[in-house]
Design a protein around this ligand. Structure first.
Ligand code: GDP
Length: 462
């Protein structure tokens, strides 16, 4: 079936130096030739693949823009189809006008992610690689970037394929032995299969273990900072923000938009909501804004409770500590450069000795001391073992994680059936379940609906 030729603006929808309009499909070159007038007069159809051409985009006699055009013939392109990219001036108006012209002359508007979807459907990349493209675009830190570019290169897919091949081999063996019991004996087979499944489980569990670290590293730890006025919350934030103030995002859906700061601390992303900010916007001076803070505390992975250690604790602190029960808390005894009045013991006795996840640290936002211990404490609280930013596969996608869990439970059932001395065809049912679950990661066993859903989350023009 002949697929349509699609087009979209591939760059951001703001004024910029240049914009890129991408056209892909069987008609890409002829559509471009209808509107592109090359300086030398030659048609793109006569040009070689992977060449660049200077000229204008014209609608009839009217010149719309001066452009550079990139020509990539199938199959050596992102989508594996004939592709033309138009680099035009980056004004939104002119960019849209060129896209409109491209569409008027024969292309259809691409849906979100359609270029990548074609790369997947045409077999150039598998589903996990396609998803890593989106992850790479959305990467907000070094870990997210590294893990997605690593996944894009096909490392996860290779590992999954290797495991699937082993499973398939065993399914085939069981089937053939059941079909032809005279020639293939299953006498010692259950123990052998048990060993094989054991090894597969080790590999899968290792992948799964990477997912907790992976998710946190990629998305960041949602953090709320609380404390009485003047405890030093803003000062502490500024200290850890240092030079690395990254992105400030508005969180919509609150009665007043509040600010979330993203802070990179030794490679770990903290998404910090400063409740002091909440208090100020509501203009309730000297009130802690407990209700508001509670809402955020309940949703947070981590609460940083800043205490001015040069003053005594009071009933406001009790009120705050009441909020922090059952949460992971780092209490910062700030202003350690001054005379200490409040101590760790006092905090612990008020907090309750049985508070499971509480660390108490001495810091001075003013003198920048205690920051390293703070960062180490965050790592210890949230990450299992070493945080690996290097060439290890990290599962960062919840869909992949669920598929791994399914595969693991399938293989555990196989072991159970072996222990229960069940007939061999029971093994193949669960082996097949594991095989298919793993196939959903690479896209070998997924339905069209899921594929459409995954790509609908992509951005336009990708
Ligand atoms: P917030 O209301 O909790 O955000 O507190 P601020 O960060 O605005 O700090 C309140 C006051 O305490 C300011 O005058 C800061 O300069 C001071 N302060 C903050 N941290 C320290 C510290 O570590 N040592 C000393 N001596 N003063 C500090």
């Amino acid at each position: 079936m002949k697929s349509e030729t699609i087009a979209a603006i591939a760059t951001g929808l703001t004024n910029a130096g240049i914009s890129v309009i991408r056209i892909s499909g069987e008609e890409a070159i002829s559509v471009a030739d209808r509107i592109f007038c090359a300086k030398g007069g030659k048609k793109l159809a006569e040009q070689k693949s992977h060449t660049i051409h200077y000229g204008t985009i014209c609608d009839g006699d009217e010149v719309i823009d001066e452009v550079i055009v990139l020509l990539m013939r199938a199959p050596a392109s992102y989508t594996t189809e004939d592709t033309v990219e138009i680099d035009c001036h980056g004004g939104m108006f002119v960019t849209k006008k060129i896209l409109e012209t491209v569409i008027r002359y024969g292309a259809v508007p691409a849906s979100p992610g359609e270029f990548t979807k074609r790369a997947f459907l045409n077999g150039r990349i598998d589903l996990s690689q396609a998803e890593s493209v989106m992850d790479l675009i959305q990467a907000k830190n070094e870990f997210a970037r590294k893990s997605s570019i690593y996944q894009l290169s096909g490392t996860l897919s290779k590992e999954i394929k290797k495991i699937r091949e082993v499973i398939l081999h065993e399914i085939a063996f069981i089937e053939s032995a059941l079909d032809d019991p005279e020639h293939t004996s299953l006498d010692d087979y259950p123990q052998k299969l048990h060993n094989i499944v054991d090894n597969l489980l080790i590999s899968l569990e290792k992948l799964l273990a990477s997912s907790d670290n992976g998710k946190l590293l990629k998305e960041g730890i949602s953090t709320v900072i609380v404390g009485k006025p003047n405890a030093g919350k803003s000062s502490f934030l500024n200290t850890i923000l240092g030079e690395e103030r990254a992105i400030v995002t508005d969180i919509a859906g609150t009665t007043r938009d509040i600010l979330e700061e993203q802070i990179q601390l030794d490679g770990i992303l903290l998404n910090i909501i400063d409740t002091a900010g909440i208090r100020k916007t509501e203009d309730i001076v000297e009130k802690i804004g407990v209700d508001r803070a509670k809402q955020y505390v309940d949703k947070a992975d981590l609460v940083i409770y800043v205490v001015d250690s040069s003053t005594a604790l009071d009933e406001n602190d009790d009120e705050i500590m009441e909020l922090l029960k059952e949460h992971k808390v780092i209490v910062l005894l700030n202003k350690s450069d001054l005379n200490p009045i409040t101590t760790e013991q006092q905090i612990r006795s008020r907090m309750g000795e049985d508070h499971k996840f509480c660390a108490v640290l001495s810091v001075s936002a003013k003198c920048h001391t205690g920051i390293e211990t703070f960062s180490q404490t965050v790592q210890d609280m949230f990450f299992h073992g070493e945080i690996n930013m290097n060439e290890e596969i990290s599962i960062t996608n919840i869909r992949h994680k669920t598929a791994l869990q399914e595969a693991i439970s399938g293989l555990k059932l196989v072991e159970q059936s072996i222990r229960d001395r069940m007939p061999e065809d029971f093994y193949s049912i669960d082996l097949m379940h594991a095989y298919e679950s793993l196939g959903s990661i690479t896209g070998e066993s997924v339905g069209e609906d899921l594929v459409n859903e995954i790509f609908s989350k992509f951005c336009m023009g990708k």
